[in-house]
Design a protein around this ligand. Structure first.
Ligand code: AMP
Ligand code: MG
Length: 499
């Protein structure tokens, strides 16, 4: 049998005691429903070898490929604000790591591969719908240029899993820059195991921020880097209207990738208070709360690093560490605001910076909110306006006159950077490169998953996947993916954790 992967498993090698070796469960009838050939090539794998029965067996967990060392990783987490000292991979296994074509180390993880020592009362399994959702949303996020884990494969298992109703089972293979989470650090901090927290931090630095090695204060440095990556990530989410839905500390990756597509959703009509998750009763993870809650999550990471930042075990060192870490956490909003505004300037087609830009954006968002304008289309049709057709944009508003004054302000601000006709056509081109036409609209996602899960029909999933992989192309045959759901549908839309 050929070697399918060149595994090099640093997590198990360098971090003894941070994971438990554990085999995947065997499933009755593996069927490879989705295989990402481009991603396989990027990882240096041979897509032809894996896009068939061998891939089905491997990505179902039935065959552990040569060099893989499957483990369940330990982690804890703050879930909706409350601390759970022991979560861990209850239905996932890290298979191993490969170094991709660009030299980047990537984790390969099976999700839905059976019970582990961390399963508690869960069955360790996953249903097909949520696994296809993760595959779809990950590719959409990737195409939108935001850091994310991605699905290499989804295999139907031939098993039935029991949720509110019986559902077809599946295993997803997730590719991630790493699975180090804030919760990984919390697990060992909760056990007062400072040595393991240090090993983890050293590992994280070697893997994600190797240039910090040997610097004066690498642990404070890594906190700063993680906070900066999260600032960029969350600003990116906000600018595409993404609501993660379950920003518990176990779902916050040190790499800065979007992790865990459970109850996530995209905004339709702009509403900063939007919440779609059925379990988020207090709106803790509402759209507008994402930056604040991320800052809160980063403070939990900071707490785990304090003994390392302090260096020595004295009161003076401890209080200095608190001061230094607090300063990083307090700077998060500044990094976030800067990333957000720079994204918004691009979304307005502006290249320079003016002091009035923030007010310009805020007034635009207020207009979108007051008139319940679809967030994605509102931004997208600025390109039409730049081309001289304001009608398409105005038609989104309950009162087409409403955006008139704002459009005049936008035009004169943009004209200050070049107001010639040629500049405006170039601006329209730029606007179409940053403001997507196609996002995974919630109702289209549900349609695709229902067809696959209830009727065994993968075609809607495949068509939607192809559409979200080219988010900036607006073509007549893609019209069904451009339009929002009827407002009555969105008002009732609820997402579930899919566990
Ligand atoms: P998640 O909601 O996917 O972020 O998972 C939160 C925690 O619940 C993690 O420790 C998971 O491993 C665990 N979990 C979720 N679903 C299952 C399941 N079906 N069986 C066992 N553990 C699960
Ligand atoms: Mg999770």
């Amino acid at each position: 049998m050929p070697a399918f992967f060149q595994f090099d498993n640093t997590y198990v090698r360098d971090l003894p005691g941070c994971a438990v070796p554990w085999p995947p469960a065997t499933v009755p009838a593996p069927n490879l429903l989705h295989f990402n050939r481009d991603l396989a090539s990027e990882l240096g794998l041979n897509p032809d070898l894996l896009d068939g029965p061998d891939g089905a067996a491997i990505f179902a967990g039935n065959q552990v490929p040569e060099g893989a060392e499957p483990v369940a990783q330990a982690y804890a987490g703050h879930q909706f604000g409350g601390f759970s000292p022991q979560l861990g991979d209850g239905r996932a296994l890290l298979l191993g790591e490969v170094v991709d074509r660009l030299g980047r180390r990537r984790d390969l993880m099976l999700k839905g591969s059976g019970r582990t020592p961390f399963s508690r009362r869960g069955d360790g399994k996953a249903a097909l719908g949520p696994m296809l959702r993760e595959a779809l949303l990950g590719e959409a996020m990737y195409a939108l240029g935001l850091p994310t884990t991605r699905a290499l494969a989804v295999v139907a298992t031939g098993e039935t899993v029991h949720r509110e109703r019986p559902l077809p089972g599946a295993v997803l293979t997730r590719v991630a820059a790493s699975h180090l989470r804030v919760g990984t650090f919390e697990y060992f901090r909760a056990r007062r195991d400072t040595d393991r927290v240090r090993q983890l931090a050293d590992y994280a630095i070697a893997r994600h921020d190797p240039d910090l090695t040997g610097t004066e204060d690498p642990y404070l440095g890594v906190l700063r880097r993680v906070a900066q990556r999260q600032a960029t990530l969350v600003a990116g989410w906000m600018n595409v209207g993404f609501i993660h839905g379950v920003l518990n500390t176990d779902n916050v990756a040190l790499s800065g990738e979007t992790l865990d597509y459970g109850p996530c959703a995209f905004l339709e009509a702009y509403d900063p208070d939007a919440v779609f998750s059925s379990i988020d009763h207090g709106g803790r993870y509402a759209y507008r709360n994402q930056p604040a809650v991320t800052r809160w999550n980063l403070a939990r990471l900071a707490e785990t690093l304090l003994p390392l930042i302090a260096g020595e075990d004295t009161e003076a060192a401890a209080s200095r560490a608190v001061e230094q870490a607090t300063k990083v956490i307090d700077t998060f909003p500044t990094w976030y605001e800067a990333a957000l505004l720079s994204g918004q300037r691009a979304k307005l087609g502006l290249q320079g910076e003016a002091a009035s830009d923030r007010a310009l954006v805020e007034d635009w968002l207020t207009l979108l909110q007051e008139h319940r304008v679809d967030f994605t289309l509102g931004w997208r049709r600025l390109a039409n306006a730049a081309d001289g057709n304001e009608g398409a944009l105005r038609a989104l508003f309950t009162d087409p006159q409403a955006p008139g004054a704002w459009l005049a302000r936008w035009r004169s601000r943009a004209d200050s950077e070049g107001g010639a006709v040629a500049d405006w056509s170039a601006r329209a081109v730029r606007l179409r490169q940053v403001n997507p036409a196609v996002i995974p609209r919630n109702h289209r996602v549900e349609e695709a998953l229902t067809a696959a899960s209830d009727h065994g029909d993968l075609r809607p999933f495949q068509r939607l996947l192809a559409a979200v992989q080219r988010p900036y192309d607006e073509m007549a045959e893609r019209a069904m993916y451009l339009e929002p759901a009827p407002a009555t549908v969105t008002a009732c839309y609820r997402t579930f954790c899919g566990t």
